[in-house]
Write a protein that binds this ligand. Sequence first.
Ligand SMILES: *Cc1c(COP(=O)(O)O)cnc(C)c1O
Length: 395
Amino acid sequence: MIPSVLPTYNRAPLTFVKGEGAWLTEADGRRFLDLGAGIAVNALGHAHPALVGALTEQAHALWHVSNLYHIPQQQALADKLVDLTFADTVFFTNSGTESCELAVKMARKYFYDQGQPERVEIITFDGSFHGRSSAGIAAAGSEKMTKGFGPLLPGFVHVAFGDLDGVTNAISDKTAAIMIEPIQGEGGIRPVPDVELKALRQICDDNGLLLILDEVQCGVGRTGKLFAHEWAGITPDIMMVAKGIGGGFPLGAVLATEAAASGMTAGTHGSTYGGNPLGCAVGCAVLDHVATPAFLDGVNRKAGLLRQKLEGLVADHPDVFEEVRGSGLMLGLKCNAPNADVVAAGYDNEVITVPAADNVIRLLPPLTLTEDDIAQAQIRLEKAARQVQDQLASA
Ligand SMILES: *Cc1c(COP(=O)(O)O)cnc(C)c1O
């Protein structure tokens, strides 16, 4: 008999009932160090007082009114994002894949309004992930996500990760945009080198294309800058955001330049819940914390410390790990042992990591991780690594 919850998830045998900072309490009372943060969502950890305060204060005042009316919290969050980034304008969604939907629509409408309605194609990359909507799975294109769900939304051209010649060859008079994650998350923490991001920006400029960055996972302070593309010194035309921006409340956004957004006039897009007072009140509180030099300096310092511990772990357990990759607090351990075994051994030692493609385990801890938490991360990951090594030896 089918379970009452549609069985689309492979769940770990864990049920968390409470969270505080980087720690989760299981129903049986065990305390787990959370190095996954709900897949880069709980940017300020669990039950951060500022977020609890923002959410409950708004909950007492007003939950929902609809975008038929002005929403001051939405206006405030948009103003902050415009102040802090390349963007001139923002649309709020509830998730990453909804942000993908709008990014695709916006790019196509831009060219339609420019009198180039044939420009509909978007170049994307193997190993990418843009969510599970019809546009998201077609954009990423992997068979794992698309098989059986045809006909797929047309208009995506896939090139190999890191293949700039492939990008140039894929451009035609039908091309509208290039869409890329500055660091592939689900794909296995694969950073796009700064020189490549710069080159993609140049290719877009030379060919009159829009650059769409998917910063759903790598954005909102995760890499030690507010957005990852800042490290490369470039700006996109359109950017997809979600995950960390809501700190655990479902919230996403599409940020755009005035030119890129010019086709999105009244009536061309909408969302019932997008930009609701609850989500935007929380989003404002997240940004007020993350978007300060002191907070981002802290992320960089802690990232350096954590990375140093991970390098030691890899050096001590070459049978288990191959290398550390990633940027800031978006780190991956490429495994030699099966990554599922390493994640499971982490559960046995009360530390949470997240598997990714390419046999990688991801570390995406709350950005508020403390130095004590990092010391605990080292101890627990070390135990997990030893356990996997013993399993390998006895196999
Ligand atoms: C998680 C993710 C998405 C999809 O976000 P949802 O909120 O699950 O729809 C899109 N792009 C990237 C890079 C992601 O990591």
